[in-house]
Design a protein around this ligand. Structure first.
Ligand SMILES: NC(=O)c1ccc[n+]([C@@H]2O[C@H](COP(=O)([O-])OP(=O)(O)OC[C@H]3O[C@@H](n4cnc5c(N)ncnc54)[C@H](O)[C@@H]3O)[C@@H](O)[C@H]2O)c1
Length: 428
């Protein structure tokens, strides 16, 4: 069947807009079985100069400094929203009215009043097009595997969780918050939005929570300092955005799902005894009457010295535990508490599940199921070395001379393997 290609209007071409443009372009390789794909027809930013540069980089037809031109274009099927949080609401409202499919960056809007107004708009206009928020962490194979294990009852009743998202980007008090210095910025919307999306997806929304936040520097410059400039040389503004947030949660606001699974005699857990067959008795992830027993800690900070993009997740249940780190995303760690311990440890211990790029159709394991996240990045760097060499008339990578040296060593290895003798490499 021929693929259907939808026209995409990309709004915003900053850090994440470029990522969306790249993802749209490479989709045919990652998901060759998809029946519908997108192609960017137009891009809009806040200035014509940046919009034109974006059009050139993407290779699309149109560039605008007014997003409404994208909304008003009847040939645009999909609106992709990559603008600062405070700009989301009006663009989403217009796109909903125009009945476009919408792919939107997180958080969906900048506040709860905007969220309820958006929900109303969707109801009143009978909006029924595709709509997704790019909580992209759910895209990691390891976190999808975590969801499978939890939903399959492998962790039993959930007991506690601890999730953290740690950056170091605001540790320097001269770093400005840019557009994030407002109620629509800060780590709650920027980082904790990802964490709570994962908590709601994997565990469920908490029944109650208590939070503490900090603002390290009450004033920050409005722009980055130039070399030699002091903070007093640059206009400053009062900081409204929190640098860190610590949240303790308790309970679940919705009853947990029922899961059918063989009971484990080793572990005490709540069961619904209405069933007759003891082997297929339903157990719950948690007793609805006891859901207050689940506690969690959610931490987000931009003040963690040395932290790059360190999201960690630990979930403990009566039957086992899970651990995930975004700095090591190839793996999900799973401890199955039902396996017997014994002399020298028996069978008990952590399993490091190699999730890698093992996606089911219509996604694929491109570039290969075992490829580590970021493997493709090194190929891009290799290609850049090649083109940079053409441009500069220099050699930036392993050229043929170096590759032939490698080949000579390989030949020595082969010879040694065949002859079972030392192989001597000629001195050059
Ligand atoms: N999922 C993630 O991992 C992730 C990462 C970074 C940012 N984000 C989200 O993406 C969004 C954008 O963040 P960013 O870091 O790319 O911002 P940015 O400042 O780098 O870029 C913002 C872009 O939006 C454009 N813009 C601003 N107002 C506009 C308007 N009214 N109409 C048209 N264009 C407008 C700017 O010209 C610029 O091109 C935010 O919602 C942010 O939370 C998500």
């Amino acid at each position: 069947m021929a693929k259907k290609t939808l026209n995409v209007g990309l709004i915003g071409y900053g850090m994440i807009g470029k990522v969306h443009a790249y993802a749209t372009a490479v989709l045919p390789w990652y998901a060759p079985e998809l029946d519908v794909v997108g192609k960017i027809k137009a891009v809009a930013t806040s200035r014509m100069e940046t919009a034109s540069a974006a059009r050139e980089q993407i290779g699309c037809a149109e560039a605008y400094d007014d997003y409404r031109k994208i909304i008003d274009d009847p040939e645009i099927d999909v609106v992709d929203v990559c603008v600062p949080n405070a700009e989301h609401f009006k663009i989403l409202t217009d796109a909903i009215k125009a009945k476009k499919h919408i792919y939107c960056e997180k958080p969906i809007v900048a506040g709860v009043s905007e969220a309820s107004a958006l929900a109303k708009e969707m109801r009143y206009s009978g909006y029924a097009q595709a709509n997704i928020v790019a909580f992209h962490l759910r895209g990691f194979a390891a976190l999808r595997r975590a969801k499978e294990l939890i939903d399959g009852g492998n962790l039993g009743q959930l007991v506690q969780y601890r999730v953290a998202y740690r950056h170091s980007s605001m540790l320097d008090p001269t770093t400005p918050w840019r557009w994030k210095n407002s109620a629509s910025g800060g780590v709650i919307l920027d980082l904790a939005s990802h964490l709570f999306d994962l908590v709601l997806w994997l565990v469920g929304a908490p029944a109650t929570l208590i939070a503490q936040s900090t603002i390290r520097a009450p004033f920050r410059p409005t722009r980055p300092l130039r070399p030699g400039e002091l903070i007093s040389d640059v206009p400053s503004q009062r900081v409204q955005s929190e640098d860190s947030i610590l949240v303790m949660t308790r309970g679940l606001s919705d009853p947990p799902r029922l899961i059918s699974r063989r009971p484990c005699p080793k572990i005490m857990e709540y069961r619904d005894f209405t069933g007759t067959d003891p082997d297929s008795m339903p157990i719950t992830v948690d007793d609805p009457k006891k859901s207050a027993a689940i506690v969690g800690i959610v931490e987000a900070t931009k003040l963690a010295a040395g932290a790059e993009d360190e999201l960690t997740l630990e979930i403990d249940g009566t039957r086992g535990s899970l651990r995930f780190s975004l700095m090591d995303p190839h793996y999900l760690e799973f401890f199955d508490a039902t396996l017997p311990s014994g002399t020298y440890g028996g069978e008990s211990g952590w399993t490091k599940i190699a999730c890698g790029a093992r996606y089911p159709s219509p996604e694929s394991g491109f570039p290969s199921p075992k490829s580590t996240t970021g493997w493709l990045r090194a190929h891009i760097a290799a290609l850049v070395s090649f083109y940079r060499g053409i441009a500069d008339g220099r050699v930036y990578g392993p050229d043929f001379k170096q590759a032939i040296e490698v080949q000579n060593v390989l030949n020595a290895v082969q010879t040694s393997a065949i002859t079972n003798r030392y192989a001597w490499l000629k001195e050059s």
